[in-house]
Design a protein around this ligand. Sequence first.
Ligand code: UD1
Ligand code: UDP
Length: 358
Amino acid sequence: MKIAHVIGARPQFIKAATISRELKNYPHISEVLIHTGQHYDTNMSDIFFKQLHIPEPHYNLEVGSASHGKQTGLMLERIEKVLIDEQPDWLITYGDTNSTVAGSLAAAKLHIPSAHVEAGLRSYNRKMPEEINRIATDHISDLLFAPTQNAMKILDKEGLGTIARFSGDVMYDSILFYSALVNEAHRPPILRKISKYYLATIHRPENTDNPQRLQNIFNVFSELDLPVILPLHPRTQKLVNSIKYSDNLHILDPVGYLEIIYLLKHSTKVLTDSGGLQKEAYFMKKPCITLRDQTEWIETLDGNWNFIVAANKQKIMEKIGVTEFGPLHNAFGDGHAGRRIIQDILNYPATNRGESES
Ligand code: UD1
Ligand code: UDP
């Protein structure tokens, strides 16, 4: 049996690492890793393959950055060629990026069965490119792996219940596995001069594409009661020269996964617009302030562990002061999502593959 996965953006390397590790337990399955090249800087791509021991991609399609249509179109064309050459039995896609939708569409057109990991997430904001990518991917995939029961309910409501499986969250598997590998070698040098701090990340278009909104966020970071450490995504880095901020804000280049876990573990709270980091904050019992208008990860909102504040200074200041927290719930599975996903793929009746419409 041959399983291919399409990956391309930072969070997908972290998700695929779990599946790739699990596949090592199945010697009869051969794995084909297809990297679209959506992310290409060393610290947005290579570092994850090295740190997480993900096999070298068999293909790097070197699509790079472009407008949504062009980037997705190039991916579609190049993934299709690889799938025709490789003829995998299954294609796995992850999350909600342009690489995700391109992979699942290429497979659907070739009648290659595809499985979507992290299915059933919705923000109900169709201006987000990710919302379009995940809706499209869920509706053209053959098997859907939901990280939470809420995601299962959403898939059921959209008529996808029969092909949906609750797997738990592969990012929960990842943090459990990799946080055990984090040690002092992963302590970023900034922590020589700072010990108490907030950890922040910013990269969503809703924050970066509006200069005033981005400036508002940097104003807040400049004024918070603790220093803010901000490993900055290249999308936002390109805008920093036109932004004013104080020396309360410490901007770093993007860091590796083991370094971000180190930073998270030692932080006081997290301020972010990242989907992955909101969950990781929850997994690591760190309160989170989400600088967005919605979240897909509604489970994290319980017990004051996460607040949606957009870029509203008053709300950020109010919520960062919250000190009472409720119990944490284990909504993200048991840390064996990867195992369940491979087993469910292997158990999926061959007669259903590629025929879920009939
Ligand atoms: C993409 C995903 C987003 C995900 C994020 C994870 C889509 C539509 N968006 O957003 O869902 O949260 O990845 O990080 O797929 N750039 C570099 N070097 C790189 C990569 C990007 O300089 O290695 C810069 C380029 O200027 C590029 C910009 O970042 O134009 C945005 O990159 P892109 O991959 O288009 O979107 P992300 O914002 O990374
Ligand atoms: N991350 C990382 N280094 C960084 C910033 C983030 O390794 O400098 C990790 C983060 O811990 C999470 C993933 O990247 O596992 C999230 O990626 P990102 O925020 O880019 O995308 P999103 O989850 O919002 O799609």
